[in-house]
Design a protein around this ligand. Sequence first.
Ligand code: FES
Ligand code: FES
Length: 162
Amino acid sequence: MSTMQISFKLNGEDVAVEIAANTLLVDLLREELGLTGTKTGCREGECGACTVLVDGEPFNSCLLPAMKADGRQVTTIEGLGDDEGAVESIQQAFMDMGAAQCGFCTPGMILTAKSLLDKNPAPEEAEIRQALTGVLCRCTGYRKIVQAVQAVAQHNGGEVTS
Ligand code: FES
Ligand code: FES
């Protein structure tokens, strides 16, 4: 198997790794770099549990060859908040609203919501629901997840319409 060297920014830190050409980003993150906050579910691009941000956009890391991360910025759930325990507003909102049960979908949900909020600080409910369609939750019925994103949107000046 041929290998290659890639370098990218991972959660703000420079990373350089040697990978097999067929390595998937999710496996690089979890197996080689130890960032197990990124989950694996279907490994077919259906469930969104493996969602990470690449240059601020959500991607299914189970479908993304790790070589595609070369030169780019990758954010996993471990990259949110800081080392002192501070969390981002969307993480706090998930806690406040009880928007996680088993938590399996939560990293993908939070990163997808973060990407939306970074682009659109006060999205409407329909925009939130549309943005989150790529991440499946088996537990919460989505209501509390949407409410958590709405809470941040409201804090950012948006109106909650339902
Ligand atoms: S594990 Fe990647 S989409 Fe399901
Ligand atoms: S909280 Fe269990 S899958 Fe979403």
